[in-house]
Each structure stands twice: as C-alpha cells, then as structure tokens.
Design a protein around this ligand. Structure first.
Ligand SMILES: [Zn+2]
Length: 248
C-alpha cells in the first residue's frame, strides 16, 4: 500500500511529465517549421550559387555571340580595305578595322572573366556536392525523426493522463483539492517539492533541523514554511545511497 505522501509524489512526477509533454506537443508546429526553415535556407543558398553559375554561363554565351558578330564586321572591313579605291576609303576601312579589333579584344577579356567566374562557382558547388545531394534525404529524415518523436510524445501524454487519473482518485478529496490548488497556483506546476541538501527544491528555503528529522522519520504530510508546497525526501537521497554512489 502506498502512503498518501508516496501517492502525492507519484502524482507530481506524472503531472510534471504531462506538463513537459504538453508543452512539447504544443510547440511542435513551431519547431517543425524551424527545422523546415533551416533546410530551406540551405536549399536557397545552393540555388543562389547555381543561379550565379547560370548567369555567368549565359553572360559568356552572349559575349561569344557579340564576338562572332564583330568578326563578320571585321571580314567586311578587311574586304573594304583590300578593295579601297583611294586614300580616304583606305583610311576609313583601316579605322573601322582597328576599332572592331579593339572591341573583340575587350570582349575576349570579358569572356575570360566569365570563365573564371564559372570555374570558381563550379568549385564551390563541387565542395558542397555531398550537402547538395543529401539535402532532400536529410530533410526527409529529420522530418521523420521529428514526427516519430511527436507521435511518441502524444502517446505518452495519453498514458500519463490516464495514470494521473488513476492516482488522483485514490487520494482523499481534501488532499486532492489542496494538491490541485497548489499545482495550479505555482508557475512551475509544482505542488510537491523534493527536499535536496536540507532545502526545499522549489523555493530553496533551508528547512529547520527539527523539520528535516520529522520528514525523515514520520510518514506525514508536511509543507514548506516558506512556499507551502508539500515536502518529501526521496529515498535515493538517503545517506546509504549517497555513500554507495560515491564509492563507484
Ligand atoms: Zn518551499
């Protein structure tokens, strides 16, 4: 048979679990969104690099087209030069040829710049190849882990809620209502606090020595003189248990 205090301790542990599970379930959508967002950030940074490569490649294609076009003008200028009938025609063709060649040369420099750009971007993409290839599967895996955890929490929430009901109905009504009132009043939902190192673990008030002795020896409901929570000493914090844990 469990004592009333033992029941209260169990109830508190169950309620603390319920509270943790509830907050985890309630924040699930938000946490899921932040995982999605993190993956989306990776995906968008990759898309950005790929776009940079595509732009540089398209730019290069454009320049090549301009060069080809200019080369046909050069051919024409060349013909004009050969067929010049007088000094004026010759000079005009010569100037045109010179200008076109300068232009082609400038365009070729730009092609080289684009090529270097493409090379650098390709290098970055190669470095991130594994990340790029695994992004989708990593996202799917992270979501699966998240959903599994959420499912587990929801199931556990049901189990703990049923357990709470079972323990709660065995308590004397007056004690049950004292517990509920105190649990609802405190922000952390703690109505039953463990005594750790002689202090109330909820409000950290040091207990009078007489009270510590009574807590250890009497199986009575005692409350903290500072915060009025119900106090208990966990069996594991008994001196033998501490000594045993220190030996190992
Ligand atoms: Zn206290």
């Amino acid at each position: 048979m469990q004592s009333e205090l033992e029941k209260l301790v169990e109830l508190q542990k169950t309620d603390t679990n319920i509270r943790r599970l509830k907050s985890s379930i309630e924040s699930a959508e938000q946490r899921r969104a932040s995982i999605e967002q993190e993956f989306e950030q990776h995906a968008s940074s990759i898309r950005e690099i790929q776009m940079k490569r595509d732009t540089a490649q398209a730019g290069r294609g454009d320049l090549e087209k301009q060069i080809a076009e200019n080369k046909t003008y050069i051919d024409r200028a060349d013909r004009n030069l050969k067929n010049a009938q007088n000094q004026k025609e010759y000079e005009t063709a010569m100037r045109e040829l010179d200008a076109l060649q300068k232009q082609v040369s400038a365009l070729e420099t730009q092609v080289l710049e684009r090529m270097t750009e493409v090379e650098e971007v390709e290098k970055t993409l190669a470095e991130r190849e594994e990340e790029i290839n695994n992004l989708e599967s990593n996202r799917a895996e992270a979501m699966a882990v998240f959903d599994k955890e959420l499912g587990k929490n929801k199931k556990q929430f049901g189990v703990e809620t049923a357990k709470r009901h079972e323990v709660f109905i065995t308590l004397p009504p007056k004690l049950a209502s004292v517990y509920n009132r105190m649990a609802q009043r405190s922000r952390d939902g703690i109505a039953v606090a463990e005594v750790i190192n002689g202090s109330c673990s909820a409000c950290f008030m040091k207990l009078r020595p007489q009270m510590q002795v009574e807590l250890k020896t009497k199986d009575e409901i005692m409350t903290c003189e500072s915060c009025t929570r119900i106090l208990y000493i966990a069996p594991t914090s008994a001196p033998e248990a501490i000594a045993a844990s220190q030996e190992s």
